[in-house]
Design a protein around this ligand. Structure first.
Ligand code: WTA
Length: 649
């Protein structure tokens, strides 16, 4: 790691960058030594109805954790994304929407986006949705998805987006947990030509909730056009209700600390948590990181190829770019459909300057050699980005060469749903790159490394990544469960925010993320809790006990390895294995489907009955000669049996 090749900032980038290395160092220094002054200044980058006079009011002390920024200011997020760009940008394109099928496309201007957001916002008010109410959004990557988020923001409703790949059960539990009054979905979704029946899924989710269903209405976008069941009185067509509403809607005046959205994410224990973000600090963070991390300048064409169902889509498809008045590509499809050339074709079609995608996509394309870029021009590209999981140096170099022609900096951005936006990242004009390193902290971020005992380690170090002080984009609480917020993030290491990630720091102060140190999996950049998958598995008739661990996977980064013990009298078979895989796929999502299922009469446990995952992880990774101490197991012979029958050879 210390001898990693260094990629200096290319001259043409340096010549017109927003931030040189000298500027970065000076700004960073001010941001951590005088946060109030720094953020009072940068907080003004967005529009406030009432300017703030307070800046930072935060504490990481267990029992008294609170995060407040700009707390006496008022604003509206949709106003910042739309109104403040009009009329100058009325005719500018906000999104080039590129459909799943090549040739299906639509450009949406800032004026058109404004009009539609106002109409939907009015329609929601007509339905009785008010400030503080929750709205669940379950949509494909279409303009109506962006409109839905902004329409909620406009009237102060709190949106909770559920990824369109999630099952009816996962959708239902998220609707119930935050007590959503309204669901916005579409008839179907198409990705890689495969249909997902979103409205059917919604019907099932609500039916399953029965009397506990809090949603009074379902707004349905007609997108793919296949038939759906329509529940009179409850269901409403999006286009019909919008047609009745004026194209103007007064934005609700929101306090900086009023909630903007909830986004459910997996943790190491229990069911997914509703991560809550508020308005002021989040908007400052989203717009500022979007501008500096991508060295974004007026006129750039920007493409974040994530999904709005994840936090990357919230911050870097919707709020960040729109707050900066950017022109983005909004892509409905997948990188491999109709061929692995799709990303390059879309880049050339819209002359994309900034491309932000995930290592898993890069590895999937890299597996085909250079086919993905053969014949493509790609000369419009100037900055590349990576997010969601560690990027291995091979994939980094391939991305740099094939898409970047060795001439585009790659910003490897480390962050989390909880952090609201990017925390550790290179800046294109300031940071010399090392493949595989997320490099240095963004302004105001104080990362540190601690041992398992919680001792801070200075200089070159390896251990657990913590953040020592608050930043404006930080999550504020777990929706409805502040205690869980404190316990999850602030109890492991006193007075510090624990990320759940491991990291190294090298002699240049660069950070290298090494993956999760807890029971959270990262499958193709999608976050999944082992506990969630295990509880789904044991709900299957044939299964008595289950343990889920991750193992290294060439394309997905991590794969899902499942150890299952059958119930008495159940004989494992190939059919049963397949049925178990389909069960998880159906109950949670295809992204949670196990890659490997190993049946075993029993699982390795301590005498107190705790499953020894450490051992299972080693077996799954095929590192069975480094199991460590197994003498504390209730029955050490279990381990030998597991090794004999391991499947990942
Ligand atoms: C991982 C996605 C290494 C990390 C924005 C983190 C990364 C989790 C990187 C959060 C990166 C994200 N390098 N690891 N550049 N970016 N991660 O909440 O383990 O879906 O804790 O947010 O992804 O995933 P989440």
């Amino acid at each position: 790691m210390s001898h990693a090749q260094l990629y200096p900032v290319p001259e043409h980038i340096k010549a017109k960058t927003l931030v040189t290395n000298e500027q970065y160092l000076a700004m960073y220094e001010e941001s951590v030594s005088q946060p109030d002054q720094f953020w009072a200044n940068h907080g003004k980058r967005i529009s406030w109805f009432t300017p703030f006079t307070k800046v930072k009011d935060t504490s990481f002390d267990l029992g008294n954790v609170h995060v407040n920024w700009f707390s006496d200011g008022s604003l509206n997020a949709s106003y910042n994304c739309l109104d403040r760009h009009l009329p100058e940008k009325a005719k500018d394109v906000a999104y080039y929407w590129e459909g799943d099928e090549p040739g299906v496309q639509k450009a949406v201007t800032y004026q058109e986006l404004y009009d539609e957001v106002c109409q939907l916002a009015n329609a929601m008010r007509t339905l009785g949705v008010n400030k503080g109410d929750r709205v669940t959004i379950y949509l494909p990557m279409i303009p109506a998805a962006v409109v839905s988020l902004l329409a909620c923001a406009r009237i102060g409703a709190i949106h909770s987006v559920v990824f369109a790949g999630f099952s009816p059960d996962a959708l239902g539990s998220r609707i119930q947990d935050c007590d959503s009054k309204l669901v916005i979905t579409s008839d179907q979704a198409a990705r890689g030509s495969r249909l997902t029946y979103l409205k059917d899924n919604t019907d099932q989710a609500l039916a399953h909730l029965g009397d506990a269903n809090p949603a009074k209405h379902v707004i349905v976008v007609k997108h793919v056009g296949e038939n759906i069941d329509f529940h009179q009185g409850r269901d409403l067509w999006y286009h019909e209700i919008l047609a009745k509403e004026p194209k103007h809607c007064e934005p609700e005046v929101m306090n900086a600390e009023d909630p903007l959205f909830i986004l459910y994410t997996s943790g190491s224990t229990g069911k997914p948590k509703g991560v809550l973000h508020t308005t002021g600090g989040y908007m400052v963070w989203a717009s500022m990181t979007h501008q500096y991390v991508f060295d974004y300048k007026e006129g750039d064409i920007y493409w974040c190829a994530a999904d709005i169902g994840w936090v990357t889509g919230h911050t870097y498809i919707v709020y960040g770019p729109l707050a900066n008045g950017a022109t983005s590509v909004l892509f409905e499809g997948v990188p491999t459909y109709p061929s692995v050339k799709r990303i390059a074709q879309v880049v050339d079609k819209y002359k994309v300057n900034i491309l932000y995608t995930a290592p898993t996509a890069i590895r999937a394309l890299m597996a085909h050699g250079t086919v993905a870029v053969d014949g493509a021009d790609l000369s419009s590209l100037s900055i590349l980005g990576s997010v969601g999981e560690p990027i291995n140096p091979e994939a980094w170099s391939w991305y740099h060469q094939s898409y970047g022609k060795d001439n585009c900096p790659i910003v490897d951005t480390w962050w989390q749903t909880e952090t609201g936006g990017i925390l550790i990242t290179p800046l294109p004009g300031a940071t010399a790159l090392k493949p595989g390193s997320a490099t240095r902290p963004f302004f105001g971020v104080k990362p540190a490394i601690v041992t398992n005992e919680g001792e801070l380690v200075e200089g070159v170090a390896e251990g657990n990544l913590v953040i020592l002080d608050s930043w404006p984009g930080q999550m504020r609480t777990v929706f409805g469960d502040h205690e869980r917020f404190e316990q999850t993030y602030f109890s492991t290491y006193k007075g510090m925010y624990f990320t759940g990630d491991g990291a190294k720091r090298d002699e240049d102060g660069y950070y290298w993320l090494t993956g999760r140190v807890d029971d959270v999996l990262n499958i193709s950049g999608h976050r999944l809790g082992t506990a969630e998958i295990e509880s789904c598995l044991v709900a299957h008739d044939a299964i008595a006990e289950a343990a889920v661990v991750g193992y290294p996977h060439d394309i997905k980064g991590q794969g899902i390895y499942v150890f299952v013990a059958p119930r008495v009298g159940v004989e494992p078979s190939d059919e049963l294995t397949k049925a178990v895989r389909d069960w998880v796929r159906r109950e949670i999502s295809p992204i949670a489907a196990p890659d490997i299922i190993q049946w075993t009469p029993s699982l390795p446990k301590t005498r107190s009955g705790k499953i020894m995952r450490r051992i299972l992880r080693k077996i799954a990774a095929n590192e069975y000669d480094q199991l460590g101490d197994i003498s504390t197991l209730a029955d050490p012979s279990v381990v030998e049996h597991l090794i004999q029958n391991r499947l990942n050879r």
